[in-house]
Structures are given as C-alpha cells and as structure tokens.
Design a binder for this molecule. Sequence first.
Ligand code: FES
Length: 100
Amino acid sequence: MKPAFLELDPEAVRVPVRFAGETLMLPEGANLAAALLAAGMTVLRHTPVSGAPRAPYCMMGACFDCFIEVEGTLRQACMMEVVEGLEIARPHEGDAHDTL
Ligand code: FES
C-alpha cells in the first residue's frame, strides 16, 4: 500500500536507521517522525495500559504520541532529526498489553 505521507525531498541522501528491528533508509536530516510516517511506519508506540496504537499527531512536541525509545531513552520522534545508525524501538514492547 502506498504511504499516506510524502517526503519533501525524495532526492535527499538516505541513511540506514533501525526501527523495531527493521532497517529503513531515511532522508538524512529530515524530521524523524515525518520520515517514519513517509516510510509507512504509522504505529510508533502502543499505550502502556490498553495497548492502543499511537502515531505522531501534533508534530510539535505537545501530544507525546510519537514517543519512541532510542538507545534506552524515551524521546519524541517529532523533535528529532534522522541521523545515520539510529536504533529505535517501540516503547513498552513486551509489556503486559502484549498479552491482552
Ligand atoms: S507528534 Fe506530538 S509530541 Fe511528537
């Protein structure tokens, strides 16, 4: 399926980023949340209580729906740029909601 989001510069230099165990080639220096959406990654995390899927929403650091885990630290993807070699995980993966 074609992603619902498009990149601003499809000719941008691509760098490898790991997201949830998958290697993605994302545009270097782009907003990380936008780049993940354009790559078709629409679920960045699940809520810790119900396990509901969440995607970036406000794109300005207010809603926290874009929480990701980068090298053990929770970060907001919309407040980061794509950098080569990022290792990103979905927070709370493997927590209680996975068994509901
Ligand atoms: S998308 Fe709302 S804080 Fe990042």
